[in-house]
Design a protein around this ligand. Structure first.
Ligand SMILES: [Zn+2]
Length: 306
């Protein structure tokens, strides 16, 4: 029987998304579960197994029609051996051979990788960076994830750990970062840091959504917070652009919703800081595929056997 479908899973700290995609990366069916309803590691694995089997059953498919299962996961992954090193925001996972566990339980081919790398695959193949050869994708959130495409291929590095743009140092005497180092980009532009900055500016508590909304309404204080954030991002990206002479940078994640104010200040800081040849060439785009990038990237991984 012809292989016609791929089942993809996007695991986040809050949601577990499961979707059925065809080989053109169109989503045919999906469900969203709460990650927190699975207290233990084994519950979560069992939840994934149930969900995959349910999808096959409800869509009247047979396993012979499924090319494979692809998982995007929020942490460092050994993609070659199919091992989860750990999840920074989901306790109880340490050196778990998830690929082999799922293969055995599902009798299907299983692939896994870090979610930011899958977003990068998706934005490069079908999204904002389509047609560009050398690309950095980054996703802004509580943590900052990233992935690098060199000569149209995902660059993994020896341990599949390349692309950690959030842990690019921008200040050697800077603020402490969750990774244990000092002055990483994430310590300046992670969600928590932006909220802290906004609280100081507004002298009250404020959400990122409100901060974005106020900036779009041209609120002076909100614009100032986003300009500062964009300045840090542009400064860091200048180093990346100087080093790699990229064609495009794609920025996604909730914070990218702040829109033009953020993107204009990123571009300005990059132009001020980077060397002119590299700065003059690189294009900066907002991510195009939104919340679906992880699922689509997982499907690309399975289809192309990456
Ligand atoms: Zn760090």
């Amino acid at each position: 029987m012809a292989k016609k479908f791929i089942i993809c899973i996007d695991l986040g700290g809050t949601n577990l998304k499961v979707a059925l995609l065809d080989l053109n990366y169109k989503i045919k069916d999906r469900e969203i579960l709460s990650t927190r309803s699975f207290m233990e590691k084994d519950d979560l694995i069992q939840g994934i197994v149930h969900s995959v089997n349910r999808f096959i059953k409800y869509n009247a498919l047979s396993k012979a029609q499924i090319l494979g299962v692809g998982l995007g996961l929020p942490g460092p992954i050994d993609a070659k051996r199919g091992i989860v090193h750990f999840f920074p925001n989901i306790p109880g996972w340490k050196e778990v051979a998830l690929r082999d566990i799922l293969r055995k339980k599902l009798s299907l081919a299983v692939y896994l990788d870090n979610d930011a790398k899958l977003m990068t695959l998706a934005e490069h193949k079908l999204g904002a960076a389509k047609g560009y050869r050398n690309v950095l994708c980054m996703t802004l959130g509580t943590g900052i994830g990233g992935g690098i495409i060199i000569n149209n291929k995902l660059y993994r590095g020896f341990n599949n750990a390349a692309g950690e743009i959030g842990h690019l140092p921008i200040n050697e005497k800077g603020a402490p970062c969750n990774c244990g180092a000092l002055g990483c980009l994430e310590a300046y532009v992670g969600n928590q840091r932006i909220i802290k900055e906004a609280r100081k500016t507004f002298k009250r508590s404020i959400t990122l959504e409100e901060l974005s909304w106020l900036a779009i309404k041209r609120n002076r204080l909100a614009i100032a917070v986003w300009r500062k954030t964009g300045g840090h991002l542009g400064f860091a990206l200048a180093g990346v652009v100087n080093l790699l002479n990229l064609d495009a940078i794609v920025i996604g994640g909730g914070v990218a919703g702040a829109g033009n104010v953020l993107f204009e200040s990123i571009k300005q800081a990059l132009k001020d800081q980077a060397m002119s040849v590299q700065a003059g060439h690189v294009k900066i785009f907002k991510a195009k595929l939104g919340n679906e990038a992880g699922l689509i990237g997982a499907a690309i991984m399975v289809k192309e056997g990456l």
